[in-house]
Design a protein around this ligand. Structure first.
Ligand SMILES: Nc1nc2c(ncn2[C@@H]2O[C@H](COP(=O)(O)OP(=O)(O)O)[C@@H](O)[C@H]2O)c(=O)[nH]1
Ligand SMILES: [Mg+2]
Length: 299
């Protein structure tokens, strides 16, 4: 096949928080490039995931969910989602099939009205829909939100019914050269992914107000004294002393739990035994401070 027949394009995954955009991204790419959790606003920055196939390349853009922005960080997240939605070749609205559209879904729909790219609708989490007949009215209601070319009920988590979506994406990809080399699946480097993996474990183990206030920064990431090992020192930032107390837990038990879950996954990522040294620090109101957002990598 000549290069001129090659197809490639950017596909933005947009939608309100928690509908499964990042889970779908990981499925479509075939490996974990984005962290996921039951907490809204898990995804804070745009993440690219690349799917390579014969004669084509799909560059998926995972975006932070559309939601009202209170903090400077939240405003940046919303801007990022809107920019990606406008610049993509194909826009996929991801929705949750376990309920009817909400006002949040409608707001994303209104934004889509101003997007001229091909629009597709995914109705996710169909594995949870019982009885199955409950799905049809929801599919129809979601379809009303914007002018979609096609609709795909599927389960990103269970990997059910993804092929029709993939075939449709392929048929809509514009001709073009590949954007990324064949061995690259994401625009994140390993350090960034390591920070995200630690943040995911914090999100999955803590409750209430802690998750939104957490940021993770690697201080050191190098081969250990024994060359078959890796040494990682990471700082977990929170905004309040009370949050630090929750994260550390009684006698440090919570932090140990987070650390051992993160270590297991980092060992898979790096293919080596990992020594993980985790510290919790308080930075009051970092989400509203431009200098700290920059220092923490949210630019
Ligand atoms: N049952 C079920 N859960 C899902 C599915 N897709 C995502 N989830 C869960 O929904 C939550 C939010 O997923 P995530 O990908 O982080 O959502 P995002 O905020 O839209 O990126 C996580 O707990 C996922 O495991 C699905 O197809 N079925
Ligand atoms: Mg996400």
């Amino acid at each position: 096949m000549s290069q001129s027949e090659f197809r490639s394009g950017f596909i933005a995954l947009i939608g309100k928080p928690n509908v499964g955009k990042s889970t779908l991204l990981n499925r479509l790419v075939g490996t974990k490039v984005a962290i996921t959790s039951p907490k809204p606003q898990t995804t804070r920055r745009r993440i690219l995931g690349v799917r390579h196939g014969p004669g084509h390349q799909m560059v998926f853009v995972d975006t932070p969910g559309f939601c009202p922005a209170e903090h400077v960080l939240g405003k940046r997240m919303l801007e990022s989602a809107q920019t990606e939605g406008k610049e993509a070749d194909i826009v996929v609205l991801v929705t949750d099939g376990t309920h009817m559209p909400t006002d949040e879904d409608r707001r994303v729909g209104e934004f889509l009205a101003g997007v001229s790219a091909c629009k597709l609708l995914v109705v996710n989490k169909v594995d949870l829909v019982k009885p199955k007949e409950a799905l049809l009215p929801r599919l129809m209601a979601y379809q009303e939100l914007a002018g979609f070319e096609e609709v795909f009920p599927l389960s990103a988590r269970e990997g059910q019914n993804l092929d029709p979506l993939i075939h449709c994406l392929l048929s809509r990809l514009p001709p073009g050269d590949p954007y990324f080399p064949a061995d690259q699946v994401s625009d994140q480097n390993q350090e960034l992914l390591a920070e995200e993996i630690i943040r995911e474990k914090v999100l999955r183990t803590t409750r209430q107000e802690v998750p939104h206030s957490v940021a993770v920064r690697l201080e050191e990431c190098r081969p250990g004294d024994n060359p078959s090992t890796w040494f990682i020192r990471a700082l977990v930032y929170v905004e309040r002393e009370g949050q630090k107390a929750i994260l550390v837990g009684k006698n440090g038990t919570m932090l140990k739990k987070i650390g051992s879950q993160a270590r297991a996954e980092l060992e898979t990522l790096l293919g080596k035994k990992v020594f993980l040294d985790l510290w919790v620090k308080v930075k009051p109101d970092w989400r509203d401070r431009a200098d700290w957002l920059r220092a923490l990598g949210y630019e």
